[in-house]
Design a protein around this ligand. Structure first.
Ligand SMILES: Cc1cc2nc3c(=O)[nH]c(=O)nc-3n(C[C@H](O)[C@H](O)[C@H](O)COP(=O)(O)OP(=O)(O)OC[C@H]3O[C@@H](n4cnc5c(N)ncnc54)[C@H](O)[C@@H]3O)c2cc1C
Length: 541
């Protein structure tokens, strides 16, 4: 077991062993207590970077990586403190001091949580945010073909550092390059290499985590159960990820990308129906997602229509791609002129939507390209959605101001990995995943209207998507599915837990009960430990 703990901290833990996460009582002086606690423990370190709400930079720092502006509205609860640890010891001490001062802890890496869970608590008060953005290093080892990547690094920084060392290696994770490695990989991490190599979590070799007692464990120290749970069980449930050891995967020196657009007038409905029939069976070097948006032809609402964009990465040359497409999906009518050959790192920028010619160094800025107000949901599809149902979908899409659906192709390696090998269970039999989004730019807009629209759309698609359970992707966090401690309308965690993890939920609860029985790491949809009355009986609620 590789475990390290500050000696002073160990002593205080022993003295205050009764300070459990569940029994901590808030004090009016918790802000000061937290900071003083850190100072006491860290006499030989520079002052910890802790900001309270009175600090002139508080708002800027809170907003720094928060991706969903809906969760920055004045009506949303604000953390009492923002804590930016710079040393591992401060992460360990932060866990201890949050407990001893009775202030609930949230952890943030890249801030992309759909429901703002890394910087807003709707169920705990007071709370503080531990922001991991100072933990950014990416150490690539080309002899081993591995890298240690810290939780606060963005996935774009990881891609850049790999490409810097080798143009023929990559890593299969998210398409959006500003995602934080800490939260992203814990939920699965799909991307355009997934049909060839699986998810980010399928390519993790080791990890280092701070547990509820402030101890650090690597894979050998934490054991295989916890190592399994953190590879898809979702962020914020089991501890604080410090870093991951990832396995690099080979990519060709030349890859090919394309984006082909079809409107309804150009036969988009039939084509999308065909895409659903072939997409999970395509050559696994080919990843095609479809972005579905509403376009306005001449200005008025009556002229709104639907546009589908087939956005793809092929691990090979344009000529090889044309052969594959001619054989498997000729209906798209892909031409040589649609295909752009480039290096893998350039394809990362292309798929992330950067303008042509953007230098890869932009990835080192570690910033998101856009922020908006949004609500998202997800589904998994096992049988092609019929054309008539697609037509009904279009009618609903044009009712909304700025809807976006992204259909993400599965199959290939995703079908070869068993449902229980990681907590991410959406594997064999899934043709594609749907990401539903309603986006808006203006704080004055009626959020309830957009939430209502997406809820109705989700009801509409129910007959056409996975059932019993209706599956969902934990990294597209959706609090409509239920949440811990939600007052009157309590939905048992097993209901939404089964949607995210299917049969793996029970094992996640067992691991949680073992490693964090006091539920120190918790949020609106964290994995709950077994209630005391059920412990030892292997029952989940
Ligand atoms: C614009 C956008 C594009 C996206 N694109 C993709 C994509 O291509 N592929 C994909 O798979 N997903 C995608 N996602 C979803 C994304 O994977 C999740 O939102 C993920 O949780 C983001 O991680 P983060 O660190 O940026 O977020 P955060 O908001 O910082 O964290 C998310 C969750 O993880 C917890 N957490 C954060 N850091 C740690 C840590 N160090 N240790 C333990 N828990 C932690 C947080 O408390 C929170 O519960 C996208 C999201 C957005 C908003």
């Amino acid at each position: 077991m590789s475990s390290s703990i500050h000696p002073t901290l160990s002593l205080i833990i022993l003295l205050l062993i009764s300070t459990s996460c569940l029994t901590a009582v808030s004090s009016p002086l918790y802000n000061e207590e937290f900071t003083l606690c850190l100072l006491d423990l860290e006499v030989y370190l520079p002052n910890p970077k802790v900001y309270d709400q009175e600090h002139p930079n508080f708002d800027t720092l809170l907003q720094s990586s928060a991706q969903n502006l809906r969760y920055l509205m004045p009506s949303m609860p604000k953390p009492e403190l923002l804590f930016f640890p710079q040393y591992e010891l401060q992460v360990q001490d932060g866990v201890f001091c949050s407990k001893s001062s009775g202030i609930h802890l949230r952890v943030r890496s890249g801030g992309h949580d759909y429901e703002g869970l890394s910087y807003v608590s709707q169920i705990e008060s007071p709370f503080l945010v531990m922001d991991m953005s100072n933990f950014r290093s990416v150490n690539v080892n080309m002899t081993e073909k591995t890298a240690w990547v810290m939780a606060g690094a963005t996935i774009g920084e990881v891609y850049y550092r790999i490409a810097e060392k080798s143009p023929i290696h990559g890593f299969p994770a998210g398409i959006c390059t500003s995602l934080g490695v800490g939260g992203h990989i814990t939920g699965g991490a799909y991307g355009s290499l997934m049909r060839k190599y699986g998810l980010g979590v399928d390519n993790v070799l080791d990890a280092r985590i701070v547990d509820a007692d402030g101890k650090i464990h690597d894979r050998a120290g934490m054991g295989e159960d916890l190592f399994w749970a953190i590879r898809g069980g979702g962020g914020g449930s089991f501890g604080i990820m410090l870093e991951w050891k990832i396995k690099l995967v080979p990519v060709p020196s030349t890859v090919t990308v394309f984006t082909v657009t079809r409107t309804l007038e150009q036969g988009a409905t039939k084509l999308l129906h065909r895409w659903q029939q072939v997409v999970d069976k395509l050559d696994q070097n080919l990843f095609i997602r479809v972005m579905i948006q509403v376009v306005t032809a001449g200005g008025g609402k009556a002229e709104r229509s639907v546009r589908t964009s087939y956005n793809a990465l092929f691990l090979g040359t344009a000529n090889q791609l044309l052969t594959v497409m001619q054989k498997s999906f000729p209906e798209l009518g892909l031409n040589r002129s649609d295909c752009i050959e480039m290096s893998w790192i350039q394809s990362v920028l292309y798929m992330a939507g950067y303008p042509s010619g953007t230098p890869p160094e932009v990835l080192l800025e570690g910033k998101s390209r856009f922020k908006n107000f949004f609500k998202g949901k997800s589904d998994f599809v096992r049988y092609p959605i019929p054309e008539t149902a697609l037509e009904g979908l279009w009618k609903r899409l044009v009712e909304e101001d700025s809807p976006l659906l992204i259909w993400i192709s599965f199959g290939g390696m995703m079908s070869k990995i068993s449902e229980s090998s990681t907590p991410f269970p959406h594997r064999k039999g899934t043709i594609f995943m749907i990401q539903y989004l309603s986006l808006w730019d203006n704080a004055s807009e009626d959020a309830a209207k957009h939430m209502d629209w997406i809820g109705r759309l989700y009801n509409y698609t129910a007959p056409y998507v996975s059932k019993f359970p209706r599956e969902a992707y934990v990294n597209f966090r959706d609090l409509d599915l239920g949440m811990n401690k939600n007052g009157t309308s309590f939905i048992p965690p097993s209901v939404w837990g089964t949607k995210y993890y299917k049969g793996n939920f029970a094992r996640l609860v067992q691991v949680k009960t073992k490693v964090d029985p006091d539920n120190c790491f918790r949020h609106e949809q964290s994995i709950p430990p077994l209630p005391l009355s059920l412990r030892g009986k292997g029952i989940t609620d």
